[in-house]
Design a protein around this ligand. Structure first.
Ligand SMILES: [Ca+2]
Length: 451
């Protein structure tokens, strides 16, 4: 079809393929700041697709949509056509969405419309993000900017001002199965409240709704020849960008968790929007991301995840929140900061951790226990520290986190004076990392993702 051939706008040309980046082999030893010069351009993408703006739920960020971003791109969408709107969720938890947040969202919508050349874009909201989308669309001047809305697992009715698809699942213990008035409603397979936003089955329905019923050609996240990683560094919860910091990326030895070289493999300077420059990851390779705390008293954060398998542009490197922020209220109580023990947060990024179904251990201690990770609680992150400072793993659930959705913690003393790494295992995936001293070295974030 001539039209679709023309539609495949694009020029493909690798600015500089493998040939020029490794022609003399010298670049690999340079600890210089990253440049995108040697990275390939997007291969083929379709600039005629209507752009999509993704709005996360409470305490979330654009990274909640990372797998969907990969799937959209695998089906021909251009990277810049798939963007996330990050808002301060603690400030908007009551569902009323502040004027400031609505203005910030409109700025992003306007930017996409003008930069990409579309009168209307598509919108997806998840959980608390459905209230943000609803409130945005209750402003009459915004209705004409949005073609269609997908309303996923929301505790709020959509405004009904634009054509809307409602997606819910009876596996979602937070919201459950809902028929939204004024929407076309679909029941998805059994998916928990976090899984529902990253699942393949959800992608299929979103894609079809935005493409006149046409099914996507690709739904699995397949390995890509080269793995280009892009994204943001933002503070946990309020999503403020960490402008000006330099993230140090180290390749690590999977068995010891130690950095292979003390010189960072990449230094990522974060811009005013929180964006870090694109870099190329090696397949089957484990990395440490050291996110400096900055000058405001926040601590360094050592962040780990499983190896990248495919090009991705919604990677979020979470930073420790500024002291005094709502995010810090949750994390701040992780004390005591001593050098004898670690302070760690373990996160499952695309579904809940469920006692009975999942085993999650740190240093051999099972953390997926009924009192912590009951299915009804939809727990996606577990805080691990010796909260009462007695040097013993008491296992007591963290009272401070009890009112926080999706988060839990237990008094667990992981010592730093033991030789060798600490091992963290979620089912059949294992990460090994150094025993960072909480006071001197900072906090640790470990992320798992189902494939
Ligand atoms: Ca204790």
């Amino acid at each position: 079809m001539a039209t679709s051939a023309r539609a495949l706008a694009i020029l493909t040309v690798a600015l500089c393929g493998f040939g020029c980046s490794n022609g003399d082999g010298s670049h690999t030893d340079e600890p210089a700041e990253d440049s995108t010069d040697a990275l390939p351009e997007e291969t083929v993408c379709d600039e005629t697709r209507r752009p999509v703006l993704l709005v996360h739920g409470g305490f979330g960020g654009g990274d909640n949509y990372e797998p969907q971003g990969q799937r959209f791109r695998a089906n021909g969408y251009c990277k810049e056509w798939i963007r996330a709107f990050d808002y301060d969720s603690p400030a908007n938890l009551n569902g009323n969405t502040s004027a400031a947040t609505l203005q910030e969202m409109d700025d992003v919508v306007e930017q996409m419309r003008s930069e990409l050349g579309f009168d209307k874009i598509h919108l997806v909201g998840h959980s608390l993000g459905t209230s943000v989308c609803r409130n945005y669309l209750l402003q009459p001047e915004n209705v004409e900017k949005i073609e269609r809305l997908v309303h996923v697992a929301g505790g709020y009715d959509p405004a009904g001002t634009v054509p809307t698809l409602g997606l819910t699942s009876r596996g979602d213990k937070a919201v459950g199965l809902v028929e939204y008035p004024g929407a076309e409603n679909l029941e998805l397979p059994y998916l928990d409240h976090m899984e529902i936003i990253s699942a393949e089955s959800t992608f299929v329905e979103i894609y079809k709704y935005f493409n006149d019923g046409e099914a996507p050609q690709v739904t699995a996240i397949e390995p890509t020849d080269r793995i280009i990683v892009e994204g943001f560094v933002k503070n946990f919860a309020d999503n403020t960008p960490r402008e000006g910091i330099e993230v140090e990326v180290y390749e690590i030895d999977h068995l010891s968790g130690e950095r292979i070289s003390e010189t960072p493999d990449h230094l990522l300077l974060v811009d005013a929007e929180g964006r870090f420059p694109a870099w190329e990851a090696e397949p089957d390779t484990y990395y440490e991301f050291m996110i400096p705390g900055g000058g405001e008293g926040g601590r360094d954060l050592h962040s780990y995840r499983q190896p990248f398998v495919a090009t991705t542009h919604l990677v979020y490197l979470k930073a420790m929140p500024k002291p005094g922020s709502v995010g810090a209220l949750f994390l701040g109580g992780l004390a005591p900061y001593t050098d004898d023990f670690m302070i760690t947060v373990i996160q499952h990024t695309n579904r809940a951790i469920i006692a009975g179904d999942d085993s999650l251990t740190m240093d051999g201690i099972e953390l997926s226990r009924p009192e912590l990770t009951d299915e009804a609680a939809t727990i996606v992150a577990i805080f691990v520290s010796d909260e009462n400072g007695n040097g013993v793993s008491d296992g007591t659930p963290t009272a401070r986190l009890a009112p926080a959705p999706y988060l839990t913690g237990a008094d667990t003393a992981i010592p730093t004076d033991v030789d060798g790494p600490v091992e963290i295992t979620l089912n059949d995936a294992t990460l090994r990392i150094p025993r960072w001293r909480a006071n001197s070295d900072g906090n640790v974030l470990v992320m798992f993702q189902d494939r």
